[in-house]
Structure formats: C-alpha cells, structure tokens
Ligand binder design. Structure first.
Ligand SMILES: Nc1ncnc2c1ncn2[C@@H]1O[C@H](COP(=O)(O)OP(=O)(O)OP(=O)(O)O)[C@@H](O)[C@H]1O
Length: 615
C-alpha cells in the first residue's frame, strides 16, 4: 500500500487559479485534449475562429468551468466576438456547453420569429432589454430578441451570432428569472463541461512513466492507438488522473492501513513468536500428530468461510494431496491452457471424477481474493449453462479452484480453427443453440442471481462445450458481485480486446449491458467465424464489431458469413442468419440504454430457433 498516488501530471497554477487534471496549460502536464491557455496569470479558453475567453472558475469535481463571454460593442449592439460568429467550441474536443445556461440573444432579425426558440414578447430577453441600462442603450433600437436554455447535450458547442439572425448575446448560469434584472449580473458567465478523460495516450512504456502503475497497451476501441492502462490492483481515476490502489484509494487510507498494518504486524509478530515457541515445543513431542490436526483445523476453517453465505453446502475443500495425485503432480500433459488468472489443469480424482483445476499464477496477488470471490459467487448459482465450481484447495503453495471438467474445448477454438481437424465444424443450428444457451446462462446471472452478477469477461474462449456441444459459460475470475442497490460497478478495464463495451470509456462503469455488448461480439463470431480482434484484416476492420457493423449497414451480411454455414443454406436459414445479425447489431449499440437486456436477447434467439425448427 506504499504507492497510492504517484505520477500526478497536473499543471502548475496559473496566477491564483489551480489547474486540475485533465486541463493542460502545456505539453508536459494534463491531458493534451484538454488545452487551456495561461497568459501572465490569466487563464483563457480558446474557441474556434480565433476567439478566446477568460476562465473565471473551475470545478474539477463536476468537471465544469465558467468562461466570461464577450460584452457587446457599445451602441452597435454587436458582440465583441461577432467576427468569430460568437462562441464556437471545437466539436472534436471533449468540451460542451452545459444545460445550466440561459442565453439572451439581441438585435435579432424578424427571421428569428419563425425559429423554434422563444422570441415572444414575454421572452426573458424582453425584461433584460428593458431593465438593463446598458442593453437598453445599445440594443433596444432593434426590439426583436430571443432567449434559450442551452441543451447540455454533447453536441452543444456554439452560441452563434451573425448578420440576419442575432448579433449580440449575454449568458447566465442557473439564472433565477424571478429576481430583478439588476441582480442578474451575479449569474453572468457561460458554463462548459468536459468529458472524463481516458487513460493517457502512449506509444511506448516510457510514455507511461508519469502514470505510475500503468502499462502501455493497445486501446481496444481504437486499436491504432495505445494508452497507459492501469495494472491489476489499480483503477483509473479520471478526476485525479492517476491509477489508484483499489485497496487504499486515498493517501489517508494508506496511512491508516499502514498504521493498521504496523499494529497488526506487531500483534501478528508477537503471536507468531509465541505460536512458534509453542509449536517448537509441541513439534518436539508430537510432530506428525500435530501436523495432521493443524491441517484438519485449517481445512475446517476454510470450509466454514466458504459455506458462510451458502444456503446449501455445495462447495468442497480438496486437499493438496488429493489434487497433486489427480493431476500427476501438475504434469504438463494435464495442462489445458492458461488465461489471465493462471493455468488450468485436467485431473482425475480417486473416485474417477474428472475435474478442471485452476491454479493462480505465481505472484498473482489477487489470487486469494479472486478465489474467495469466485467460490462465494458460484456457491449461489446453479444453471445448466454455467460451469459448476466444485470447490477449492487452499493448502498448497498456490490457491486452486476445482471445476467440473467440460470436455469439448471452448467456442473460440471451435470457431477459429484450432480444433478443425479434431471436431467437425459447428453447424448453423448448433451455433444458434450455443448462442441461446449462453444468453440464458447470462440472463440467469443478471436476473435470477441475488444480488445480480455481471460476468465482465464474456468472450468465446470463456464459453465451453460439453460432449453434446452444449454451452457452459466459464471463467468467473473477473466477476464481482454487484451491490444489491447499485446498477453499475466501477472497475478497471479488465475486459479483453475487442469485447469491451465502448461506453466504458465514457463513464468507467461496467453494467449488465456491458455483458450484452460482449455477447454481441460473440454472436458476430458465431456468424462469421472471425476473431474479435484480428490484425490480419485491413486496418479499419481490425475490430470485428466495427467491421461487421459497417457490413450490416450496407446490407452485405452474406459477404461476411462463415462459408462453412453459408454453403447449401436454405432461404429460411439465411433469414435466421440475418435476424441474428441484426440482434447482434442491437447488442452492439454504442449507447447501452439502447441495447436489449440479456433476457430479451435470450428470448429473441429462442424465437429465431423456433422459426428454424418450424421451417
Ligand atoms: N472447466 C473446464 N473444463 C475444461 N477446460 C477448461 C475449463 N476451464 C478452462 N478450461 C480451458 O483452460 C484454458 C484456460 O482457461 P482460462 O479460463 O484460464 O483462460 P482464458 O479464458 O483463455 O482467459 P481468461 O482467464 O482471461 O478468461 C482454456 O483453453 C479453457 O478452454
């Protein structure tokens, strides 16, 4: 817990103004997308067409800042930024105008009367024109004026003035129109907000030296660029711009924790010494007997922890001896593969039961946590399309998870070739069944599990197939239980390239709809047998979701379908492929609220299957 906040890249103050991350006043601090300009102690926001505005306040917590809009040229009723057509924010930058602003537009042409904003005689601007002496002096000669409340959408980038429309404006933040106009000056300003920044861009690891605890990796959304993504155990905090330690989010926590650790450490040391002496004494007298008893007690403790939250006892404690025997001492012949969590071995217990054993990687500090997490979660879930966790083993050097063995490999290998010679290619009907079973398993996790469970790591290699080629969703290593009253869970980008919900980059949350997005990518894999990310495709097609979305929009789905299932297809089969393609498209909607939920997806696939069966 010694490194909590490091590598902060905030810029120095500008005069009295503190510049919070991600705002940047120079190339070596902040995020370069969030440029502001410091000129002799005054901070400026530069807009398009050469106009520039003084920044009067910044609130990093709400990601908002206030700029002072131009006054108007006396007598002419013309805004000083008339030449730049008013305020025009660069739409390619992450700033927009908030919905807190009320804008009065003056010196307007009668054309404005037909525009859908309030230019009536009761408009707020009429009171302003009448009761503000300056406005009255300059602008009352042309009585048409209008007012509008800005929208606050991400497309809100300009307040426009021009000939034939309106040529002057004033803006107020959270204006209380019940107050007399003489008090309105207190609300003067235009409020902008910025989007939360993503992890900093990088080209090599050296660029990440300012962002401690991060690694320069390919950006799954834009694979042509790389970012300093937080390492395991750390989360990206877009407000402070650092990867913080999840175990001690603030330095205070660190201090508390290290103080706690110190006290705990002393207590533990004392206990260890005492226990050590006692143990030496006992070992001297009854060595073997005590060892066995100790193991029994440990085993009992683990069992108690494991079953604490279980309504029924489903998880078992396996002994190291048992597992070592079952795997022939973890021989390489029994190695099934390795993933993010560690290695997976096949094993056979004394009673003949075949099992899969997940062994945490050496130095995988999350191992124990992940195991307890996984065991607790899985002891609650029971669904035919989810891989069953049988128990765990904690008395070897590395913690182990014991699963039922699923004999026919994973969907990724079936679709992408590794097993093409070993097993026949999957038929279209079987692919639909696999999609349906997977969707049902996930819908169970989202809806029937209490509290709801988001998988967060859906990909074809985590869908295993049994001897009947039925699908079982595996790898709950990245699972976290959602808070019972929370609809989302903050997390680090633990998803995998090509499957990660793009909205994660907007708000750094993964929800049930993030699983829906990842599942949409799996649907595309089933249709095309193409990989989620493939650098052998053209540059702009590396990401399968982007590639197929384009093809679907051009109504060329057939060009992308796996030739194996395309060959000899009936018209009905073709229709069902199309239907699944469009379902995938809805799962892959950029905005998660537009995506269907997993239950709906499962029902849709069930319906597609029923059509195929009926035909
Ligand atoms: N219960 C199981 N039965 C049979 N094979 C399994 C089982 N669990 C995992 N495997 C196989 O072990 C290999 C590694 O699995 P693992 O889930 O650790 O990795 P992954 O899915 O590739 O990556 P990640 O850990 O990032 O999800 C895969 O080939 C998988 O098919």
């Amino acid at each position: 817990c010694n490194i909590c906040i490091e590598g902060t890249v905030t810029c120095p103050n500008c005069g009295n103004i503190t510049i919070p991350y991600p705002l940047s006043t120079g190339p070596s601090c902040g995020d370069q997308l969030y440029r502001v300009r410091c000129n002799f102690g005054t901070l400026f926001f530069d807009a398009l067409n050469g106009s520039s505005y003084v920044i009067t306040s910044i609130d990093p917590q709400s990601q908002r800042l206030v700029i002072r809009p131009s006054d108007w040229v006396d007598q002419a009723c013309l805004s000083a930024d008339y030449r730049s057509q008013g305020i025009f924010l660069d739409p390619s930058l992450p700033f927009n105008i908030t919905s807190s602003n009320t804008v009065v537009l003056m010196n307007c042409s009668t054309d404005m009367l037909s525009v859908a904003i309030d230019c009536t005689s009761t408009s707020v601007c009429q009171a302003y024109l009448r009761d503000n002496p300056l406005a009255a002096a300059s602008c009352s000669a042309s009585p048409v004026c209008c007012s509008l409340k800005t929208g606050g959408s991400q497309n809100e980038h300009r307040i426009r003035v021009r000939q034939d429309r309106c040529s002057a404006y004033q803006s107020f933040i959270n204006l209380d129109t019940s107050l007399p106009v003489s008090k309105w000056a207190a609300f003067s300003g235009l409020e902008l907000e910025w989007e939360l920044p993503q992890e900093p861009l990088c080209t090599s690891q050296a660029d990440c030296q300012n962002s401690a605890n991060s690694t320069c990796l390919v950006d799954p959304v834009k694979v042509m660029q790389k970012r300093c993504f937080c390492q395991s155990g750390f989360l990206w905090d877009p407000i402070t711009g650092v990867c913080y330690n999840v175990k001690c989010p603030s330095p205070e926590d660190c201090k508390k924790q290290s103080r706690g650790t110190l006290i705990g450490g002393l207590t533990i040391s004392t206990m260890v010494v005492l226990v050590g002496f006692a143990a030496l004494f006992v070992v001297h007298r009854q060595r073997e007997h005590i060892k066995e008893e100790g193991q029994l007690i440990l085993s009992k403790m683990h069992e108690d922890i494991l079953n604490a939250n279980c309504s029924s006892k489903v998880a078992m404690i396996f002994t190291g001896k048992e597992i070592t025997r079952a795997t022939s001492n973890f021989s390489r012949e029994n190695l099934l593969g390795a993933g993010g969590f560690g290695e997976v071995f096949k094993g056979t217990l004394d009673d003949g039961t075949v099992i899969a054993i997940k062994r945490a990687k050496l130095g995988n500090t999350k191992g124990i946590d992940q195991i307890l997490n996984e065991v607790r979660i899985l002891c609650q879930v029971n669904h035919r399309s989810l891989v069953r966790l049988l128990g765990c083993c904690m008395d070897l050097e590395l913690p182990l998870l014991i699963y039922e063995y699923i004999p026919y490999g994973n969907l990724f290998d079936h679709l992408h070739g590794a097993y093409i010679c070993k097993w026949a290619p999957l038929t279209w009907y079987r692919r639909l069944i696999i999609a349906h079973q997977t969707a049902e398993g996930l819908a169970y996790l989202h809806i029937s599990a209490v509290p709801p469970i988001f998988h967060r790591n859906i990909k074809s290699s985590n869908i295993l197939l049994d001897e009947k080629l039925d699908a079982k969703v595996s790898d709950f290593g990245l699972l976290r239980l959602a808070e019972s009253n929370a609809t989302h869970v903050m997390t680090c980008a633990q998803g995998i390239l090509g499957y990660l919900d793009p909205e994660y980059y907007l708000n750094f949350q993964l929800t049930d709809k993030s699983d829906v997005y990842s599942f949409g990518v799996v649907l595309l894999e089933l249709l095309t047998s193409e990989k989620a990310i493939d650098f052998n495709r053209d540059e702009e097609d590396v990401n399968l979701a982007i590639h197929i979305k384009k093809i679907l929009k051009e109504e060329r789905l057939m060009d992308a379908i796996d030739p194996v299932i395309k060959e000899g297809q009936t018209k009905l089969e073709f229709e069902t492929m199309k239907a699944l393609g469009y379902l995938a498209l809805s799962c892959l909607d950029e905005r998660r609220h537009n995506r269907p939920n997993m239950k709906k997806v499962a029902d849709e696939i069930g319906y597609i299957i029923s059509i195929l069966r009926g035909g």
